[in-house]
Design a protein around this ligand. Structure first.
Ligand code: ZN
Length: 638
């Protein structure tokens, strides 16, 4: 079995293969179906853009997830493609063949949506005339007075049969049995496609489906493809004709054909100049009559059939709106955590700091830590496939840095396949280069991509313009969501901003940078010396994390819990309380944590959280000793 078939079966269970690249499977959202599930309802396609198609719509959310997984797994495998899977070169042809495949014999589509001839008649939005002459007059209102229309017998093709609607309206009854859904050129003298000025209506009929069955097709077109229906004509014979607003693009029309013809719809009337029955005209001893009519049409904006059927992602590929019940009934896995307590796969992390904050070194360390699953600044990383995209540093220099970091962390023998892409000189606005980056990362299974530095990707964008920066962030978001990887970036603050009270305020330019990422890691100069920084971490999806101090010692930052992260290098910095004061005021007593915190809240007017922060950090630094839940200050430590 080919890799792609295996991958599909791993995701979907056993598949009853119907061809090289498609088969019947169990719907991943079967529990969400609100009609009976039949064996032919769900088809998986593994060529081109892999897709699970299901006749039911209620399962779309479950299939959306399965499709993402399928695309990820199969594009992963297609690098070393074996077996009979072909990648279709022409996505349009691929789509048409899929429409053809899923149409089947139509039974599964039409049974659940009956629309019988008598139901159609009863539901006409416009009251229907009593006489055939009234039908003729009403029918003409589907055209504008200036429209040139053809009315005749099948073989009539002379200028006398091409008249403006206003001229045909002079006649009190239908003069001939046929017309077309098209508006012709004013000079038209032959009923040919070349003479058609505009295809106004698509008339749909069937030679094989009976009147009740073909009604189901009309309903399907109205409801599923949201096509605007204007009229249904009873031909006086065995069939019904539906007059729909014509599709706006030839592609959509081709898709309709590919889907409807296998169900028994006649393809002849898809020709613009094809004659069809004119309402009000006699046919033997009967008349061709309107059965349903709406001058302005009923329906909506037509949806591309392949999109409506779920074979093709909608242009924006937006996820569906879900009800509370649906949301609760779905199994939605929490994404993989790649940095404990700080970052999920698929989310964005921004490392901010002044331009002297050694941010690139911090990111190289992070890349190595993620790749090997080691600690980064005291945070446990999980082994992840990482791509480091280096836009700034020359390759020889980057190589030296990477080697030094790996050796200092003692993991040089474990980073053999860490991926590095040096694009110095290739940086441009991310909008321009994102497609190129996507092409290179597609199917490689990366879980994190580090782009350093961020400002190289701004192009002509204005850093102080929220709209410009929001647009850039959307590009990062697109990478993260489309490829399910974490996007890790760095950004600088302008000088002078460091005194901002909150770490989030220290960023230069538009605040979008600080507010958009899921995880924000900010380095601020510490009063200790110029190689010491307070590290504040702001998290969207995790509980708050205490700030800590990191110190630079080539080539790594190391955490130093003995230093107080509140002591920032800035005038008038707010110091909640000194470490020494904290330890001295504890005295020699052994404290319960809660008592200790209440004591400091009362005596020093600090918050509970601050008191806990001091207690935790000084314990980690070994200045407070913990034994059986009791805390004592360690006199020898100060
Ligand atoms: Zn389904």
């Amino acid at each position: 079995m080919s890799d792609a078939r295996q991958a599909a079966e791993k995701i979907l269970g056993p598949i009853d293969w119907q061809g090289d690249t498609h088969g019947l499977c169990r719907c991943p959202g079967e529990h969400l179906h609100n009609n009976a599930t039949r064996p032919q309802d769900t088809t998986v396609f593994i060529d081109g853009l892999p897709n699970v198609f299901c006749f039911h719509q209620s399962c779309s959310t479950a299939r959306w997830e399965a499709n993402r997984e399928l695309r990820r797994q199969i594009s992963d495998k297609s690098a070393g493609l074996s077996g009979p899977v072909r990648i279709q070169r022409d996505p349009e042809a691929e789509m048409l063949s899929r429409l053809n495949t899923i149409a089947g014999d139509g039974g599964q589509w039409l049974d659940p949506i009956p629309w019988t001839a008598s139901e159609i008649y009863d539901s006409s939005p416009t009251p229907l005339p009593d006489s055939p002459d009234g039908d003729y007059a009403l029918f003409l209102s589907l055209f504008r007075p200036d429209d040139t229309i053809w009315i005749g017998d099948i073989t009539d093709s002379s200028p006398a049969h091409f008249r403006k609607q206003s001229a045909w309206s002079q006649l009190s009854s239908a003069p001939h049995p046929f017309t077309t859904g098209a508006v012709f050129k004013p000079e038209a003298e032959a009923r040919k496609n070349e003479m058609v000025l505009a295809r106004k209506y698509l008339v749909v009929e069937s030679d094989v489906l009976d009147k009740d069955k073909v009604g189901s097709v009309f309903r399907l077109m109205r409801e599923r493809f949201r096509m605007r229906l204007h009229a249904i004509v009873d031909t006086g014979g065995k069939s019904l004709h539906a007059w729909f607003e014509a599709p706006h693009t030839p592609l959509w029309e081709k898709q309709l054909l590919a889907f409807l013809v296998p169900m028994g719809i006649d393809k002849a009337t898809f020709r613009a100049s094809q004659p069809v029955r004119l309402p009000g005209a006699a046919r033997g001893d009967k008349h061709q009559r309107l059965l349903w009519f709406s001058p302005e049409g009923v329906g909506g904006q037509m949806v591309e059939p392949a999109v409506a059927l779920g074979l093709k992602p909608a242009p924006q590929d937006w996820p569906p709106i879900k009800s509370y019940d649906l949301l609760m009934s779905e199994s939605i896995a929490e994404p993989k955590v790649i940095i404990d307590g700080a970052l999920h796969q698929g989310c964005k992390l921004l490392l901010g700091g002044s331009s002297k904050a050694y941010k690139s070194w911090g990111l190289i360390d992070l890349a190595v830590s993620l790749h090997t699953g080691s600690e980064w600044w005291g945070l446990k990383c999980h082994p992840s496939r990482v791509l480091f995209v280096n836009f700034e540093i020359q390759e020889w220099s980057f190589r030296n840095r990477l080697m030094d970091v790996a050796r200092a962390k003692n993991v040089a023998d474990r980073i053999g396949d860490l991926a590095v892409w040096t694009l110095r000189g290739y940086a441009a606005d991310l909008t321009v280069i994102r497609p190129i980056i996507e092409k290179h990362i597609d199917g490689k299974g990366y879980q994190a991509i580090i782009l350093d530095p961020n400002y190289m990707l701004m192009g002509d964008r204005d850093e102080n313009n929220a709209g410009d920066m929001g647009g850039l962030m959307n590009e990062f978001e697109h990478l993260a969501v489309r490829h399910n990887l974490s996007v890790i970036l760095s950004h600088h603050f302008a000088k002078g901003n460091a005194s901002g009270k909150e770490s989030i305020d220290r960023f230069s330019g538009s605040g979008v940078f600080a507010r958009n990422p899921d995880s924000l890691v900010v380095l601020t100069a510490h009063e200790e010396d110029e190689r010491t920084f307070s590290c504040d971490i702001t998290l969207r999806n995790f509980p708050p994390m205490d700030s800590f101090v990191v110190q630079w010692g080539y080539p790594l930052f190391r955490v130093n819990h003995a230093l107080n992260p509140d002591k920032l290098k800035r005038p008038g910095a707010h110091k909640a309380i000194d470490d020494d004061t904290f330890l001295t005021d504890m005295g020699s007593k052994a404290w319960q944590a809660g008592d200790l915190v209440r004591f400091f809240v009362k005596t020093h007017k600090i918050s509970e959280r601050t008191a806990y922060r001091y207690l935790n950090r000084l314990t980690k630094a070994g200045k407070i000793l913990e034994e059986s839940g009791l805390y004592r200050s360690e006199p020898s430590s100060f």
